[in-house]
Design a protein around this ligand. Structure first.
Ligand code: FPP
Length: 228
């Protein structure tokens, strides 16, 4: 969800206003994704590297997350959305950890769109956590080092039951992954759109998905599979 700050600067507004409009774009996108029958939507909402921002902006973002969970959870739950959270929770304020746990608990039996909130998330840190879990199992004698395969590493990531993303959309014109789902993105289609996140909407989502459908996916093989 990149470009909130630039969206605000271009209008002479404070960066916080860009983030607030970003939450509105998020609401619209989640609604559209659910209506379009998308099964999983992962949003990069606070990166492990975002702690380097000014304290006032970090406070703004934490406040927006709190408000999003408090104000939007009832509607999400009503619409059958299942919330999952990935990232390191240990560094978050206790009330935020509790809100995230409550959101997951409340929606755990829902069968509609799974909304994965990547919060205090970094892909390298996630892979390091998986490595540490496996190392502990080796030390405990539960597994042999030779038994560590790519699959086993995948099974020790933050949400091992979720499928790898078919499509990753980055807004704002930047063309990089910035430590987002590096392991899971091995065969994802990447679509970069110039739109700043607050202007992202259903039409932009549909257009990125149309681009995805034009791609041929080979997964390292020879036979092309059209994105489905
Ligand atoms: C990137 O724009 C966006 C973020 C770092 C934060 C995104 C967070 C929200 C939309 C709200 C909080 C989360 C939830 C789940 C409600 P940027 O600030 O990097 O923009 P710039 O690159 O133009 O400066």
């Amino acid at each position: 969800m990149d470009g909130n700050g630039r969206w605000a600067s271009a209008r002479g507004l404070p960066r916080g206003e860009g983030h607030r409009r970003g939450v509105e774009a998020l609401r619209k996108t989640v609604r559209a994704a659910g209506e379009m029958g998308i099964r999983f939507l992962t949003i990069f909402s606070f990166s492990a590297e975002n702690w380097s921002r000014p304290p006032s902006e970090i406070r703004d973002l934490m406040g927006l997350l709190r408000r999003f969970i408090r104000n939007d959870m009832a509607e999400l739950h009503q619409n059958g959305v299942k919330v999952r959270v990935i990232g390191e929770r240990g560094d978050l304020a206790a009330d935020i950890r509790r809100l995230l746990e409550e959101a997951e608990e409340l929606t755990k039996d829902n069968t509609g769109l799974t909304l994965v909130v990547a919060f205090n998330y970094g892909a390298r840190q996630e892979i390091a956590r998986a490595a540490a879990r496996l190392a502990a199992q080796v030390v405990a004698g539960a597994i042999d080092p030779e038994a560590i395969t790519a699959d086993l590493i995948g099974q020790n990531l933050d949400a091992p039951d979720l499928p790898d993303p078919d499509l990753i959309i980055r807004t704002s014109g930047e063309q990089r992954l910035s430590n987002f789902l590096l392991w899971q993105a091995a065969y994802s289609e990447l679509v970069f759109v110039p739109t700043y996140w607050p202007d992202f909407d259903r039409v932009a989502l549909e257009s990125a998905i149309a681009e995805y459908h034009r791609r041929e996916r080979r997964f390292g093989g020879l036979i092309a599979q059209t994105g489905s």
